[in-house]
Design a binder for this molecule. Sequence first.
Ligand SMILES: Nc1ncnc2c1ncn2[C@@H]1O[C@H](COP(=O)(O)OP(=O)(O)O)[C@@H](O)[C@H]1O
Ligand SMILES: [Mg+2]
Length: 232
Amino acid sequence: MPQAGIFVTATDTGVGKTLIAAATARILAERGMSVGVMKPFSSGGPSSMDMLHLLAGSGARDERELVCPYHFPAPLCPYAAARETGVEVDMGRVLEAFSELKRRHEVVIVEGVGGLRVPITEELDVLGLIRLFELPVLLVARSGLGTINHTLLSLDALRASEAEVLGVVLNDVQAEVDPSAESNGEIIERFGRAQVLARVPHVSEASITRAAEALRASEKFARVLERLGGGR
Ligand SMILES: Nc1ncnc2c1ncn2[C@@H]1O[C@H](COP(=O)(O)OP(=O)(O)O)[C@@H](O)[C@H]1O
Ligand SMILES: [Mg+2]
């Protein structure tokens, strides 16, 4: 049974998880793989925009209940949003949705929520979700100043939780990138003992196609995808 997948997390919210996850899904789909996507927890707005971007990237047509079992309109972490709305999160439902997507697809790209220590329930945070899903992790980080600390702390947390780290993708979220971006990748590799797989430039209108082009140009990123069966 196919079990491949990637859990896309980040050093923070607004760092580019959705764009990078959608672009990764696009690359694999263009190579002829059946790609499922999942945003197990989402918040902010009437419906999950992240879910729509992920579906657009992958071309998947699964039911919304499977792709995004829990969406909360309030822009809060899942724990606070569920508490505020009196919703009791049923992790069994989330795991069943994930299992069904794995049955339907060769690979499933899962987007986390916020960063790693964001609480989902009283007992579970994003790190715990990664453990439950048993997926290797792609860490998205901003390319500019401040990213070293956030990235190294995130890598420490992933290792302490024995997650498999595929590598880091640096993302130019802002159009203007400060000079630190030139050396941040090398410093993260040296002190974080993780591969920086690619740097994605600022792309107009956050185009999934353009972000996918940047990821496709990276040999290191290609090697990671090959391990998932998405060979060139
Ligand atoms: N490389 C990029 N170029 C242009 N816009 C980007 C880029 N990466 C992210 N964005 C934009 O920045 C915002 C945050 O990105 P998003 O992927 O939604 O982050 P996250 O999923 O981590 O919250 C979105 O509006 C997105 O379109
Ligand atoms: Mg997102």
